[in-house]
Write a protein that binds this ligand. Structure first.
Ligand code: 5GP
Length: 194
């Protein structure tokens, strides 16, 4: 029998597969937050990346903020979350990038204030999900605009069959996901992990 890690077990018991390859984990990860549980995931990310010099964790609102914050507690660093702004914003004080939203099927202009991200800072990028990779690529773009160094990418749930994670790994990024879904089926409810 397959051995499952903590997050994989939780996905199997509490996750709900929706049509369109969307997994809902809103009972514990990204709507209601099971803080003691997600804190344990935060400690797992700390153990995975503790040998790296992390100055700041960069994520995207809203669903990355929980896991990023509960990881930052262990690193003793701040969390910066990129904001989804309504329109294009050419404000000189902002880094801006475009992110195609997987779950809402629209393009968001995503911004972060220049005063909170500087050249030479060592960044850990985090998010709840990695699917096609657009959100993480947008965060990498913001980090590069700042001249920051991306030390790694920490993801709770990667949908491996959508390819974003493997593309980032092929580009040399250290992407670590606590659960990688290889296959999921909305009708039967079955989930296979890599
Ligand atoms: P990507 O940009 O990699 O295609 O998708 C990642 C982003 O879309 C994450 O920020 C996450 O919030 C959202 N997302 C992608 N797939 C799922 C999913 O299956 N379930 C949920 N809840 N969010 C998802």
């Amino acid at each position: 029998m397959a051995e499952y890690n903590l997050l994989q077990k939780k996905i199997l018991t509490d996750g709900v597969i929706k049509p369109g390859n969307v997994l809902k984990v809103d009972s514990f990860l990204n709507h209601q937050i099971d803080v003691p549980f997600v804190s344990v995931l935060g400690k797992e990310f700390y153990d995975l990346f503790k040998d790296r010099p992390i100055d700041k964790i960069l994520t995207i609102e809203a669903s990355g903020i929980g896991i990023a914050s509960l990881t930052a507690v262990y690193f003793h660093v701040p969390v910066l979350f990129a904001k989804k702004s309504a329109g294009s914003n050419m404000d000189k004080e902002l880094y801006t990038t475009e992110v195609k939203s997987y779950t809402h099927n629209k393009v968001n202009h995503v911004v972060a204030s220049k005063k909170f991200l500087s050249e030479g800072e060592h960044i850990l990028i985090m998010d709840d999900f990695l699917a096609n990779g657009c959100a993480v690529e947008g965060l990498i773009d913001i980090a590069h605009q700042a001249g920051a160094i991306v030390e790694g990418v920490g993801i709770c749930i990667e949908k491996g069959f959508q390819g974003g994670g493997d593309r980032l790994r092929a580009q040399g990024y250290d992407v670590k996901s606590l659960a990688i879904i290889e296959e999921m089926d909305a009708e039967s409810g079955s989930i296979t992990f890599r």
